[in-house]
Write a protein that binds this ligand. Structure first.
Ligand SMILES: *Cc1c(COP(=O)(O)O)cnc(C)c1O
Length: 416
C-alpha cells in the first residue's frame, strides 16, 4: 500500500523549537520590534534583501526581523506546526479565522474580479462575500452547489473567477466537498482553490488532495477550549510570503496579527489535537448510529446513509474518524429549543452556544443563529431546516452517561 500522508507523522517530523534556556517548550518572543547590530542592515530588511521572508536567504528564519505585525518567531513557529499538519510549505497564524479568510481572498482578488463559492458556508464568510466585498471592494461572488460540478465549471467560465472557495465539511449541513474533483475543475479554469478546513483538521488534509490554500478558524478544534479567537493560512511559501509583503501583503497591511503569547499557548495544544479529534469523532459516530437506529433525522458523514459518506472516507486520513459534528432535525424551532433546554438545563449535557470544537458539547439552532445571515430562501436552498440543531459533540463524561442524557431529551421531544 502506498504510504499516505499522516498529519501526526508530519507534525512529529517538524523541527522542534526549544526554549531560549534549553526549555522543552519554545520561548515566547514577546517583542514587537527587533534590533539590528549594524545600521546598514535596516535598509536591506526594508528592501527585502534580508529578513524572514528574504528568498535570497532561502530560509524563513534565517534573516533579521523587523516588526511584530510583519513577522514574529513564536507566531511563525505555530504557523510551521499548522503547515506540517496540512502538509503545506508554509503557514501563518492570524488573530481570527475570518481575518485569515478575508486576507486570503483580498490577496487573490482585485477590484472587479470575482469569486465562485459554495453556497453552504459559515455565515460570516457568506456575509463577507455577499455583502461586504461588493459594497467595499467591487469583488462579486457567485454562489453555487459545490456538489454540482457542471454548475461549478459553468460559474467559473461565465465569471472568469480567480478563486473557487469551499469548506471541506460545510457548516451546518455537513455537505462534503470533493476536493480532488474541485481542484481539477479549478485548475482547468486557472482558479485558485481555497478550502476552509475548520470542521476537519487532521481528518482531511485538503492540500494533499489538490487545494492551493487552506484556511482555518483555529478558534474551534485546534484551540479546543473555546478560550481564544484565532485563525490560520496554510499554503505555498510564495503565497504566504506574498501575504507578508511590506507593500502588497494583506496580512501585513490589514494587520490580523496573532499575539505571540496566544501562539505559544496554541503550540502546546497541537500535540494532542489528533487524540482529541479521534475522540470527538468516536463519540459523534456512536451517538449518530444510535439516533439513526431510533429513527431520528440525524445527519452525520460517518453514517453510510450520508450522501457523501464514501467520498469523505476516501479523503480522510485513517485514525481520526469522520468528525465531531452532527445535526438533528427536530421538525420545528420550538421543539429544537425545548430539546436544547432539556439537555443544557436538566442534564448538563452541553451548552446552548454557537461555535464548535470545544471539549464540552455545544448546541445551536443553525437557522436562527450562525446561519441567520442567510435569508429564509437561501437557507432552504442550502438545506438548513428551521428545527435543525447542530451539535459539536464534546469529550467529557462517559459515553453511556452522555447517551442517557441525549436519549432522554430526544424521547421526551418525540412524545410531546
Ligand atoms: C468560526 C468559523 C469561521 C470564522 O472564524 P473566527 O475564528 O470566528 O473568525 C470560519 N469558518 C468556519 C467554518 C467557522 O466555523
Amino acid at each position: 500500500m502506498a504510504h499516505r500522508f499522516d498529519p501526526v507523522e508530519s507534525m512529529a517530523a517538524a523541527r522542534h523549537e526549544f526554549g531560549e534556556h534549553g526549555g522543552v517548550n519554545l520561548s515566547i518572543e514577546a517583542s514587537t520590534t527587533f534590533t539590528v547590530m549594524a545600521a546598514d542592515e535596516m535598509p536591506k530588511i526594508f528592501r527585502g534583501e534580508r529578513g524572514p521572508f528574504s528568498m535570497q536567504a532561502g530560509n524563513a528564519t534565517g534573516g533579521c526581523y523587523l516588526y511584530g505585525r510583519n513577522f514574529n518567531p513564536t507566531v511563525y513557529t505555530f504557523g510551521r506546526l499548522l503547515a506540517a499538519m496540512e502538509g503545506t510549505e508554509a503557514g501563518y497564524a492570524t488573530s481570527s479565522g475570518l481575518g485569515a479568510i478575508a486576507a486570503v481572498l483580498l490577496q487573490l482578488c482585485s477590484s472587479g474580479e470575482s469569486i465562485v463559492s459554495s453556497q453552504t458556508i459559515y455565515g460570516g464568510t457568506f456575509a463577507l462575500m455577499k455583502e461586504f466585498f461588493p459594497l467595499k471592494t467591487g469583488i462579486q461572488t457567485r454562489f453555487v452547489d459545490i456538489t454540482n460540478y457542471q454548475e461549478v465549471a459553468r460559474a467559473l467560465t461565465e465569471t472568469g473567477s480567480k478563486v473557487l472557495y469551499c469548506e471541506t465539511v460545510a457548516n451546518p449541513t455537513l455537505v462534503v466537498a470533493d476536493i480532488p474533483a474541485l481542484s481539477a475543475i479549478a485548475r482547468r479554469h486557472g482558479a485558485t482553490l481555497v478550502v476552509d478546513n475548520t470542521f476537519s483538521p487532521m481528518i482531511v488534509s485538503p492540500a494533499q488532495l489538490g487545494a492551493d490554500v487552506v484556511v482555518h478558524s483555529v478558534t474551534k478544534y485546534i484551540s479546543g477550549a473555546s478560550d481564544v479567537i484565532a485563525g490560520a493560512v496554510c499554503a505555498s511559501e510564495a503565497f504566504i510570503y506574498s501575504m507578508m509583503d511590506l507593500h502588497t501583503g494583506a496580512l501585513m497591511l490589514l494587520g490580523p496579527t496573532m499575539d505571540p503569547k496566544i501562539a505559544h499557548e496554541l503550540t502546546l495544544r497541537m500535540p494532542h489535537l489528533g487524540l482529541r479529534i479521534a475522540e470527538h469523532s468516536r463519540r459523534a459516530q456512536i451517538f449518530a448510529e444510535r439516533l439513526r437506529d431510533a429513527g431520528a433525522a440525524v445527519t452525520y458523514p460517518g453514517l453510510p446513509e450520508h450522501p457523501q459518506h464514501e467520498l469523505l472516507e476516501s479523503m480522510a486520513n485513517p485514525g481520526y474518524g469522520l468528525g465531531g459534528l452532527l445535526t438533528l432535525d427536530l421538525g420545528s424551532i420550538e421543539r429544537a429549543n425545548r430539546f436544547m433546554e432539556i439537555l443544557q438545563n436538566e442534564h448538563s449535557f452541553g451548552f446552548m452556544a454557537v461555535s464548535l470544537g470545544y471539549f464540552e458539547t455545544l448546541m445551536s439552532c443553525s437557522g436562527s443563529s450562525t446561519s441567520s445571515e442567510l435569508t429564509e430562501e437561501e437557507q432552504r436552498a442550502a438545506g438548513i431546516a428551521p428545527g435543525l440543531v447542530r451539535m459539536s459533540i464534546g469529550l467529557t463524561g462517559s459515553i453511556e452517561q452522555r447517551w442517557g442524557q441525549l436519549w432522554d431529551a430526544y424521547r421526551r421531544i418525540q412524545q410531546s
